[in-house]
Design a binder for this molecule. Structure first.
Ligand code: SF4
Length: 316
C-alpha cells in the first residue's frame, strides 16, 4: 500500500480526527499535523481542542498525558510499542522507596515518566518549565526523576539540593551518549555556528553550548540570535521544524541523535491507525485522577510564572 501524507490528511479530515505530533516525528508526519510541539505545548493545546478524536504521534507516555487531560476524548496511536526507555527507568516502587527515606521532601517527575509514577509524585515538569517548577516549591531539597542530566541542570540553575531518582540509570540514550568530540568536530567545521543544546545532555555537552533549552525554547532562540548557523544538539527530527520556521538560517544536525522509539510511527501505520481507528489509549479512571493532579499543579505553576513574567515586562 502506497501512502502519501496527503492521503493521511484526507482520511483524518473525513473521520474527524485532529493530528497532534511531537517535534521528533519524521518530517512527513510533522507536515500533516494540526498541532506540532513539545510535551508542554501539546499538553496545553489538547485541553483546549474541541475535537472528540485525536491521533497522537509520539511515544506512549505522551499519549497517556493526552488521555489524562482529556479522558472523554478518543485518543489513538499508530503503534502500541513506541515507548521511552528513560520514562520506564523510574518505577512506582522506586518513588515510594525514596519518599520513605526522604520523608516530607517533594517529588518532581519529568513528564517523560510512566503515568503510574506521575500518580505518586507531587508535581510534573517538562524540560521547558523544570526550573520554574522547582523554584516554586517551598523546599530546598527536591527528589527529581527520572533524568539525571536534567536534574543536574536544574540543580545548577536553582541552587537547590536536587536528589536524582533513580540516579545513574535515569537518562535519555539519545541525549546522554552524544560525544563532545562529535560536537567539537561540527564546531570546527562550522566555526560561525552557535550550539543549541537540550538540557537532557550531560554537563560536558552543556559546557559547549551558546544556548540551553527545551525544543519549544530552541524554536524561539534563532529569532533573537544574530547567528545564521546553528548546531542543534537534540533529536534530529527537530531540524524539520526549525528549517520551516527559519528558511534563511542553516541548521546542522548531530547525526547520531536519533530516537528509534519516536521513529516507529511512519506513514503506513499512521494511515492504518486512522483507517481502523485504533490503537486506542485507555487508562483506569482512578489512575487518571491521581496523575492529573500532578500535571495540573505543573500547569498552575507555569501559568503563574508566565503571568509574573508578563507583569515584569509590562512594568519595565
Ligand atoms: S528522545 Fe529520549 S526521552 Fe525522548 S522519547 Fe526518545 S528516548 Fe525518550
Amino acid at each position: 500500500m502506497y501512502v502519501t501524507p496527503e492521503k493521511i490528511r484526507k482520511l483524518a479530515d473525513e473521520k474527524g480526527y485532529i493530528i497532534v505530533a511531537h517535534n521528533y516525528q519524521i518530517p512527513e508526519l510533522q507536515q500533516i499535523a494540526d498541532y506540532l510541539g513539545d510535551s508542554l505545548q501539546l499538553a496545553r493545546i489538547v485541553t483546549k481542542i474541541d475535537a472528540k478524536k485525536i491521533l497522537f504521534l509520539g511515544v506512549d507516555f505522551m499519549a497517556e498525558v493526552m488521555k489524562v487531560l482529556n479522558p472523554e476524548k478518543k485518543i489513538i496511536v499508530p503503534v502500541g510499542y513506541s515507548t521511552c526507555p528513560m520514562a520506564n527507568s523510574l518505577t512506582v516502587e522506586d518513588v515510594l522507596k525514596y519518599k520513605e527515606i526522604y520523608k516530607g521532601i517533594p517529588v518532581v517527575v519529568y513528564v517523560n515518566s510512566r503515568t503510574e509514577v506521575k500518580a505518586v509524585a507531587d508535581v510534573v515538569c517538562t524540560s521547558a518549565n523544570a526550573i520554574d517548577v522547582v523554584n516554586a516549591l517551598d523546599s530546598d531539597t527536591i527528589l527529581f526523576g527520572p533524568d539525571k542530566n536534567l536534574a543536574s541542570y536544574v540543580a545548577e540553575k536553582t541552587g537547590k539540593n536536587i536528589i536524582p531518582i533513580p540516579g545513574e540509570t535515569g537518562y535519555c540514550y539519545v541525549h546522554n551518549y552524544v560525544k563532545d568530540s562529535e560536537i567539537k568536530k561540527l564546531m570546527s567545521k562550522y566555526p560561525n555556528a552557535e550550539v543549541m543544546v537540550h538540557p537532557e545532555v550531560p554537563k560536558n555537552i552543556r559546557n559547549l553550548a551558546h544556548f540551553i533549552g527545551s525544543t519549544s525554547q530552541m524554536e524561539k532562540y534563532p529569532a533573537s540570535s544574530k547567528a545564521n548557523e546553528f548546531i542543534v544538539v537534540t533529536e534530529v527530527g527537530m531540524l524539520a521544524k526549525l528549517e520551516k520556521l527559519y528558511p534563511d538560517k542553516v541548521f546542522i544536525p548531530v547525526p547520531s541523535m536519533v530516537c528509534y522509539n519516536m521513529k516507529k510511527n511512519n506513514l503506513r501505520n499512521t494511515y492504518l491507525a486512522l483507517l481502523e481507528e485504533k490503537i486506542e489509549v485507555t487508562l483506569d479512571s482512578e489512575l487518571i485522577a491521581k496523575a492529573r493532579k500532578a500535571i495540573e499543579r505543573m500547569l498552575e505553576i507555569t501559568e503563574g510564572a508566565e503571568r509574573s513574567e508578563r507583569k515584569v515586562v509590562k512594568s519595565a
